[in-house]
Design a protein around this ligand. Structure first.
Ligand code: ADP
Ligand code: ASP
Ligand code: MG
Length: 403
């Protein structure tokens, strides 16, 4: 007998038929004698619809109320799964975030799970019941409903695996696992059998939606292996695990993309010590993260250009902070938010020289201009024109033999 967490994403519970199908998967595990905790997302599209409702009242909708609103999506799915299990003859019950409770810390819409009470649920499991828990939410110390960021049901599943000390954590989704690139955009992408936490964390932070970054980070921190698999087929999925368990034959494991960035160029800034610090100070004070930075050498030793990228959602705030700060002097500001970030990720890069060159050369062969670059030990990211995203993904996929 094993104790398992089974997490079902939005598409996996996107209709009543799919909920019944997910309940059958749970029943199968339960029939094998396993103790099962189910974590559910809201039905596909629900969270987006709720956000649209709030925005039609105000773009600055109160965040406490937004959390109350968003949490309702997972509440609906939890009750439907538990009800479907009952209907299949399986003893099952749903718990809401405040009933368990799932304690969180941090601000509304971006909290993190810090603890959960286990006794009630553990007792229920040992009496043969299946516990159904809503993903993506919790309550704060003061008793307010909170949410933990988009895609956060993955993080709920991992937190439950840790706090309930389960034997496995299975992430059921609408694709058969983690692929070398988004299989919906690059049909020749290949499923990866095993991937390290480090690589998965890079890939998800760089836009690979299949796992939420903070879920991977927690799994890595506590060495909780994850299995990503399909709700709709019985194929073996992907194991996300410790690097020691992986044999690397490929230098690059995957290619990720995101369209979350905007690029700002300040033309004609003074070329002297302290100028970059003055520019980034107001951004940092307003919690705007600067990702890539390029500063040209100045031809005359007096003026230069500074390019950097930030999250697209921060572009207006960043522009007005720079315009209105008297300490910051430049001739013109250029903003480009029609860009995408393409990244290659692979633990094998550490020991293989020439990967960055190979990436740049293959983009050049496609006449794709690189607008900004950043690298770390196991990834290289570039900013390019958004229109060229798919062309770049296909080319890099081929160059690094991932097809
Ligand atoms: P869920 O609702 O189950 O949480 P998500 O929509 O959050 O599912 O994540 C699954 C989606 O991630 C897939 O449908 C796929 O389009 C996308 N995706 C992006 N990159 C990858 C990748 N490298 N491997 C697998 N899926 C990916
Ligand atoms: N329903 C939430 C979202 O759409 C959480 C999740 O699906 O993981 O972001
Ligand atoms: Mg998801």
């Amino acid at each position: 007998m094993a104790k398992k967490v089974l997490k079902f994403g939005g598409t996996s519970v996107g209709s009543i038929d799919r909920i019944v199908h997910a309940a059958k998967i749970v029943k199968k595990e339960h029939d094998r004698g396993n103790e099962v905790i189910v974590v559910v997302s809201a039905m596909a599209g629900t969270t987006n619809n709720l956000i649209t409702h709030s925005e039609s009242i105000s773009k600055k909708f109160n965040k406490r109320e937004l959390d109350v609103l968003l949490a309702s999506g997972e509440q609906v799915a939890s009750a439907l799964i538990a009800g479907a299990l009952n209907n299949l003859g399986v003893k099952s019950k749903s718990w809401m975030n405040w009933q368990i409770p799932i304690l969180t810390e941090g601000e509304h819409t971006n909290s993190r799970i810090v603890n959960m009470k286990v006794k009630g649920i553990n007792d229920y499991l040992s009496e043969g019941g299946v516990a159904v828990i809503p993903g993506f939410q919790g309550i704060s110390k003061s008793g307010d409903i909170t949410s933990i960021g988009r895609g956060g049901s993955d993080a709920t599943a991992v937190a439950i695996a840790k706090i309930f000390d389960t034997d496995s954590c299975e992430i059921y989704t609408d694709v058969e696992g983690v692929y070398s690139s988004d299989p919906k955009k690059i049909p020749v992408a290949k499923k990866i059998n095993k991937i390290s936490y480090e690589e998965m964390l890079e890939l998800s932070s760089l836009g690979t939606k299949v796992m939420q970054p903070s879920a991977v980070q927690t799994a890595m921190m506590y060495d909780i292996p994850l299995q990503v698999k399909s709700t709709f087929t019985e194929q073996k999925g992907t194991e996300i695990t410790n690097q020691d368990n992986i044999d690397y034959t490929k230098v690059v494991t995957g290619v990720a993309y995101s369209k979350d960035d905007a690029k700002i160029t300040l033309i004609g800034v003074e070329d002297k010590p302290g100028v970059a610090a003055d520019i980034f100070e107001p951004l940092s004070k307003n919690e705007i993260n600067v990702d890539m930075v390029i500063q040209n050498i100045s031809a005359d030793g007096k003026k230069t250009d500074l390019t950097f990228t930030i999250k697209r959602q921060d572009k207006n705030t960043a522009a007005s902070l720079l315009k209105n700060n008297k300490k910051i002097k430049y001739e013109t500001m250029q903003m480009n938010d029609k860009v995408s970030k393409i990244s290659i990720v692979g633990a094998g890069m550490v020991a293989t020289p020439g990967i960055t060159y190979k990436m740049f050369r293959s983009l050049a062969e496609e006449k794709i201009n690189i607008l900004a670059i950043s690298t770390s030990e196991i990834k290289v990211s570039v900013i390019i024109d958004e229109e060229l995203t798919i062309r770049a993904l296909k080319k890099l996929h081929k160059t690094f033999k991932l097809d």
